[in-house]
Design a protein around this ligand. Sequence first.
Ligand code: DON
Length: 309
Amino acid sequence: MTGASDNVQAWLDEINHAARTRLGQGQVADYIPALAERDANRFGIAVCTNDGRVFAAGDARMPFSVQSISKIFLLTLALQVYGNRLWERVGMNPSGMPFNSLTQLEAEKGIPRNPFINAGALVVADHFVSAYATPAQHIQDVARSLSGNAGILIDQRVLASEWKHRSRNAATAYLMKSFGNIANEVDDVLRAYFACCALEMSCVDLARALNYLAAGGYAHCLQQQLIAPDLARRMNSLLFTSGMYDAAGEFAYRVGLPAKSGVGGGIVAVVPGRFSVCAWSPALDRNGNSIAAQYALERLSDYLPSSAV
Ligand code: DON
């Protein structure tokens, strides 16, 4: 290993140790009952450098429910197919509201503020349903090929639990449909959206799969340019302003990186030009962001000015 590699592994080992002192704070998401069964005492972190090296510590190879982190895959795929036409139906600004809020939608004629709140992801999922005959299979294939892990699955229990407790997402989708901003049947859109959320991936899988955002759109596992460099830059801008919901400003102050969280407890962050990182621990704060994972990324950002990777 080079000196820089030694550094990264040493950071992750130190962060793993420190972040475990945060276990026991916060709550595992229980509005999706299948998620409430997850062990709150887990913590993992993985880094994937732009030359494809992976560093990991703690429970970094344990699969968890990616939930809203999948909104990055959905947006990437929809932009590939629809390009800038997508922005006629979803905005680019922070919402300053909880991720599942309906209040802005009525006043703003069914156009969600951004693609990372639930309403925005449902509009993106609607495009996805229009573009692919088997959306759930397609998202699973994409997650597998981008991470280089052919074992990635959609957790059918989580999927069934999200479907059973779908009232708020269904209300959101029907409200947008009443404004003409959902083209497909609401049930089809919800099924595709829940399948994305119910993907089970580890920190290592997610750091690898989303490395293209750090690498100017180049996907290592595919060995090809997935999206244009300027689109990777624009997606990072959206993640910076809206990836952490109404905590985006505080996270930007504390960590300063584009990032996306999910209620499964994962957070993916991007250091453009250098590496992608995923930290995970199931217990969440009141905004729906993992407490230990946020703390871990804050510590990681403290190392960055002196890093060679
Ligand atoms: O639709 C939902 O509410 C969940 N499947 C995803 C929400 C989520 O992960 C928000 N992130 N913090």
